[in-house]
Design a binder for this molecule. Structure first.
Ligand code: ATP
Length: 634
């Protein structure tokens, strides 16, 4: 892909890496006002952000030294967007693009500036991140909190607080009052007890990400200098998957950017809103348009899926939003047979064997790799993996549960961690043949960590020498992959010593706090040693580490933003969708997300042994309405 290193004039600028953008997308790319882009799956919303970054950086519309801040919801989405910008822009330009998750952004603020919070809200610097659930809140409300003062309420009032809504309503429901609640309700009193216990009463402070978000908002509200520094730093803000924004995140953005010159582009799809359980706002686009005078700009194309899949998608889309407009598919169909079908299996074992044989034959017919497929499940991926894995292994295609835990980290997250990515790319350069392409990646990552600017040629060449010498030494010391976790840890630590932990922490503050770096390094060592088990060479071990030859198995939530040639959704039954009736819209949105990951084919599987299909009859009737056939496989 041609990368523009020089400045382009706005009129001469052309999209990079794609033939063309649809008219509205191009308008947003060049826009100078706040925009809200609501468009369906595969419309190129993330691509639009990457193109807009290229436009702003290459034309100088986002002038140096100001930067662009892009906020995504998932680690891999943030990494993916940054990679798209790096592919399209010279390092000189891409270096001014910060792509972060919301949690990382808020946590970075607290890690850097949290000690400027007033006493009552100030966490200790070594605070720990916690993930409390309903059980923890129940324990707190019913056992730990004590009795409220008479002026606040009675013990019975306290018992009236619903465990399920305590977090979203009371604990983090609204911006934190600087001096505490002056005349608290019983809910606010309990919330304050939770805050004060978490911040001040243990050996270390303990905070959840929603709490960190609220503290970050307070921090910037009471420190105008810190807030103004952010306003000055960022000339442009991008928000991906904006439909999933929580009130906490929205309030933080509003505190920083309301009424400022920073130009905001928010993209998303209301039909893919599947985070309401995690406190997503009902309609953040409406709030955004009102507060920031966002100009709605729809997109009409679908660049991902074949016309037949887009036709079926539209029937599902209308069930979520009757006003949905049918997109125009820009992708040709390349497969024979049904684009979508429901396969009805006699047993899960038959299902596993048939799916493995199907994938193996499809790989041959269409010259596809394992990562062109995804096995999606609604939940409990490990249970499905236990049955599917042996059958896929027998067919010679390893299956990998991306939601599985490696040490204290989820595999999919480990792979998106900077230290894990850096270790892999350095190992590839040092240990494998024809590794030239990894050299630039290593050099760029290290230059960023060393703070070397692209025009400092002397420093770049010094770094290049150091990198060459180090990779030679590493290769000599470890000619074959590690045989144990301890041996893997020695290698990982050696790489960390070369990279410099302090440098890493300076650039990625999350690693300096709460033992996170140690957890990631430990997980990397566990994973590297298990990937070296087969006794193969370094190339095989690193391929296994990255899952290059394995079919990913994941939940719908983890598949957001991703795309595959074929999607196999295992278990379209009441068992998997047991809570369907509780929030039919969100469950249908989940179904929609799963369906829309596919470029060419979607297969749903059903097996009576796992459950009936009465509770989710609406999903089946939508598929029936779209003409999707059910095929019995015994
Ligand atoms: N203008 C374009 N021309 C060709 N291909 C494009 C264009 N825009 C996007 N694509 C491709 O279409 C696919 C979908 O794009 P993208 O992931 O940006 O969509 P999205 O709207 O963010 O989707 P979703 O909401 O489903 O995650 C990607 O493979 C992308 O590279």
């Amino acid at each position: 892909m041609a990368v523009l290193s020089r400045r382009a004039r706005p009129d001469d600028w052309k999209p990079v890496g794609v033939d063309a953008l649809e008219a509205n997308a191009l308008k947003v790319v060049r826009s100078t006002d706040n925009r809200s882009v609501i468009a369906g799956p595969g419309a190129g919303k993330t691509e639009l952000l990457a193109q807009r970054a290229a436009y702003l950086l290459q034309t100088g519309t986002a002038p140096a030294p100001r930067r662009i801040l892009a906020i995504s919801f998932k680690r891999d989405a943030a990494t993916n967007l940054a990679a798209r910008v790096r592919q399209r822009c010279h390092r000189h330009h891409a270096g001014r693009f910060d792509s972060l998750t919301f949690d990382a952004f808020a946590k970075g603020l607290i890690d850097r500036l949290g000690q400027a919070l007033p006493d009552r809200w100030r966490p200790r610097p070594d605070y720990e991140v916690i993930f409390p659930n309903d059980r923890d809140y129940r324990e707190f409300l019913y056992r730990q909190v004590g009795t409220p003062p008479a002026s606040v309420g009675t013990y019975a009032d306290l018992q009236g607080i619903a465990v399920k809504t305590f977090e979203r309503r009371d604990l983090v429901g609204s911006p934190l009052p600087l001096d505490g609640w002056s005349t608290p309700t019983v809910g606010q009193w309990a919330a304050d007890r939770f805050w004060q216990t978490s911040l001040h009463e243990g050996k270390r402070s303990v905070l959840s990400f929603p709490m960190i978000g609220r503290l970050a908002e307070l921090l910037l509200r009471v420190n105008p200098m810190a807030r103004d520094a952010l306003r000055l730093t960022y000339s442009h803000l991008f928000m991906d998957e904006f439909q999933d924004t929580t009130q906490i995140q929205y309030d933080l953005l509003r505190t920083i950017f309301f009424g400022t010159e920073t130009t905001i582009t928010a993209v998303g799809d209301n039909k893919q809103q599947i985070m309401r359980w995690a406190m997503a706002m009902d309609d953040p686009f409406v709030a955004f348009d009102a507060d920031f005078a966002g100009k709605r700009t729809p997109l009409y194309n679908n660049y991902r899926s074949s016309p037949e899949l887009v036709r079926i998608q539209h029937i599902l889309a209308q069930a979520i939003d009757a006003r949905a407009v049918e997109p125009i598919s820009k992708t040709a169909v390349t497969i024979a047979g049904d684009s979508c079908a429901i396969w009805d299996f006699s047993t899960p074992e038959v299902e596993a064997a048939r799916l493995a044989a199907f994938v193996a034959s499809e790989m041959k017919t269409h010259a596809l790799g394992p990562r062109d497929f995804v096995m999606l499940v609604r939940q409990k991926a490990a249970d499905y993996a236990a049955v599917l894995e042996p059958a896929f292994n027998a067919a010679g295609i390893p299956l990998r549960n991306e939601a599985g835990a490696v040490g204290a980290v989820v595999l999919q997250e480990l792979l998106a961690e900077e230290v894990s990515e850096l270790a892999v790319v350095i190992l590839r350069l040092a240990m494998t043949k024809r590794a030239g392409r990894y050299w630039t990646e290593c050099q760029e990552a290290l230059a960023t960590l060393h703070g070397i600017t692209p025009d400092d040629e002397a420093a770049e060449s010094r770094l290049a020498h150091e990198l060459d010498a180090y990779t030679l030494k590493l290769c000599k010391a470890h000619p074959s992959p590690p045989k144990s976790k301890a041996a893997a840890r020695i290698i990982i630590d050696d790489i960390m010593a070369f990279v410099g932990k302090d440098r890493l922490i300076a650039v990625h503050p999350a690693y300096g706090q709460g033992g996170w770096l140690e957890k990631v390094l430990d997980a990397a060592a566990v994973h590297l040693s298990s990937c070296s088990d087969s006794g193969g060479d370094w190339s095989m071990a690193l391929d296994a580490y990255e899952g290059v030859h394995a079919i990913p198995l994941m939940t719908i939530h983890k598949s957001k933003g991703l795309e595959y040639h074929s999607v196999i959704f295992v278990g379209l039954d009441d068992g998997a969708w047991w809570s369907f009736a509780n929030d039919q819209i969100e469950a249908t949105a989940g179904f929609f997300v799963a369906f829309t990951r596919a470029k060419q084919r979607v297969v749903f599987t059903y097996c009576a042994r796992r459950g009936a299909r009465t509770k989710i009859a609406t999903l089946y009737s939508l598929l029936e309405k779209a003409g999707v056939r059910t095929i019995s496989v015994t």
